[in-house]
Design a protein around this ligand. Structure first.
Ligand code: AHR
Length: 520
């Protein structure tokens, strides 16, 4: 009897240990990549930018004027152009945003001393002297090697005004608009392909209903035709799928009028209007920033499902032409200027967004982070003659390898990032193969505190033996790069991984973005 009691006690102890192991066990982090099954190209235009007449984005950020002490080419900052070349900017959207729907392009062409000054009623009520207009923007695009993407004014402009702008920029035939262009110093047309027909027409772009906008879209698009442009319809507020359905339905029989459909999504830490600072935040703020960024995937997939229904040939591109983190402005700055710093948190969410876009490359043909300099989740910050490259800049630099590469199907299973009683998948990833057969796997660990070991099974490829890695992270989650200080957050060499028999094992530090290059 004594033995039996002892035996039962031992059984109890053993089963408790076993239960703890099973219940407490983390899911393993395992990724499968099929290197031979890639079908879609990750358009380089997913790595696009956005420059609006807002705060110090255009004036101070890009354009300082020819008489400035800051070294410039025809008024455009040389340091900004040089920095941008490092990230190979593919496309630049301009002049807004909400500003676009108050912008009359003829104010911004011709001799500068004859251009009217207007009030930028949308952003800060400041004087806009129109010294940066169509010619200056297209000059900037040529300097940085980016494709221009122009947003026409549907909110307060006319069909004729929009049609004439396209003609001015794109036509080589003799006409009043092309003569005007030549008189203003440009003989040859620029041939701009990408044109948006309005911006946020549900709100700052005219407070329209989807029905009204869809009809107006067809009218504008009919006449914005010089140079056979790729015209992009404005989407509704990000969760407004009724808007999407209405526009797609009402344009369905007008295939030649619509090539792209846009939508915007911003990450607010705790929802619209939240006042969390860009550099001072808690783990609760961090967690919710990640959570709200991941909402993008759901929004994208619902848009794609509707597009698949109304555009079965996958002809219309989904254009996420505004995305990024929207935090409160830096203390002491104009609230209408949307100037915010940029930390490791921004690098991690940029990687999340870009992995989501890459993995939906079948439908997503362009995305433009908001905005390029000095506004919201910027690549670059400027202060007089100084510039800072932000953590987000470095993510764009690291992800250059995915431009126009073939997307590789990927399956990620990972354990959770837990915060209080909430959970999120801890790892996000995307992978591609470039034209030389080199594979790049980008990963991020969104957990603010805990590292992850990840095993990646690379199938459908010859033995990969050459490899190298890069990482973006920093000691503290709110580290950022500041003026006059050594950079805290940039790209470093990463070696915490191994490759054996096409199994890649990576030790992914907390709050990090990593890209591994693999070759035969
Ligand atoms: O990027 C800032 C603003 O956000 C844009 O002007 C507008 O389109 C959006 O609401």
């Amino acid at each position: 009897m004594g033995y039996m009691k002892y035996f039962l006690f031992l059984l109890l102890v053993l089963s408790t240990i076993l239960m703890n192991v099973v219940v407490g066990q983390e899911k393993s982090n395992r990724i499968v990549i099929n290197a031979d099954l890639g079908k879609e190209t990750i358009s380089k235009f997913i790595y696009g930018h956005f420059a609006e007449h807002l705060g110090y984005c255009i004036y101070g950020g890009i354009y300082v004027g020819e008489d400035s002490n800051i070294p410039n080419t025809r008024g455009i900052r040389n340091d900004v152009v040089d920095a941008l070349k490092e990230i190979a900017p593919s496309v630049m959207r301009w002049p807004g945003g909400c500003f676009a729907d108050t912008y009359h392009w003829k104010d911004g062409v011709g001799p500068k001393d004859q251009r009217p000054s207007i009030v930028n009623v949308t952003w800060g009520g400041v004087t806009e002297d129109n010294s940066f207009g169509t010619h200056e923007f297209l000059d900037f695009c040529e300097l940085i090697g980016a494709e221009p993407y122009i947003c026409a004014n549907v909110g307060s402009g006319t069909v004729q005004e929009a049609a004439e702008w396209v003609e001015y920029v794109n036509s080589s035939a003799k006409s009043p608009m092309t003569e005007l262009r030549k008189k203003n110093g440009r003989e040859e047309p620029w041939k701009v392909k990408y044109w948006a027909v309005g911006n946020e027409s549900w709100g700052c772009g005219g407070n329209m209903t989807p029905d009204y906008y869809a009809d107006l879209y067809k009218r504008f698009s009919t006449y914005m035709r010089a140079g056979r442009p790729y015209r992009v319809a404005s989407g509704g507020t990000d969760p407004d799928f009724e808007w999407t359905e209405t526009v797609l339905k009402k344009t369905q029989k007008f295939r030649n009028l619509i090539q792209g459909y846009s939508f915007h999504y911003y990450t607010f830490c705790h929802g619209w209007g939240d006042k969390t600072a860009a550099t001072k935040f808690t783990e609760n703020d961090w967690f919710h920033t990640m959570k709200n960024t991941l909402v993008m995937e759901e929004r994208l997939e619902r848009h794609i499902a509707l597009m698949d229904e109304y555009d079965t040939e996958n002809r219309i591109g989904l254009i996420a032409d505004e995305w990024g983190n929207w935090f409160t402005v830096e203390p002491g700055t104009n609230p209408g200027f949307l100037y915010q710093q940029n930390t490791v948190r921004d690098a991690v969410t940029a990687s999340l967004y870009l992995n989501i876009f890459n993995n939906h490359a079948r439908r997503v043909k362009m995305a433009n982070i908001a905005q390029f300099v000095n506004v919201l989740q910027a690549m670059i910050l400027t202060k007089d003659e100084q510039i800072v490259k932000t953590p987000t800049f470095y993510v764009f630099k690291m992800y250059k390898v995915h431009h126009d590469a073939t997307l590789l199907p990927i399956d990620v299973s990972c354990d959770d990032y837990k915060y209080e009683d909430m959970t999120l998948p801890s790892i996000s990833a995307s992978a591609s193969k470039d034209k030389d057969g080199v594979i790049h796997v980008s990963l991020c660990n969104i957990d603010m505190n805990k590292s992850r070991s990840v095993e990646i099974d690379l199938r459908g490829t010859d033995k990969l033996s050459k490899s190298s890695g890069e990482i973006i992270t920093s000691a503290k989650e709110n580290d950022f790069n500041d003026f006059g200080q050594p950079e805290k957050v940039n790209i470093q060499k990463f070696t915490s991984f191994s490759v054996k028999n096409n199994i890649l094992k990576v030790d992914l530090p907390s709050k990090s973005v990593v890209t591994i290059e693999l070759n035969k």
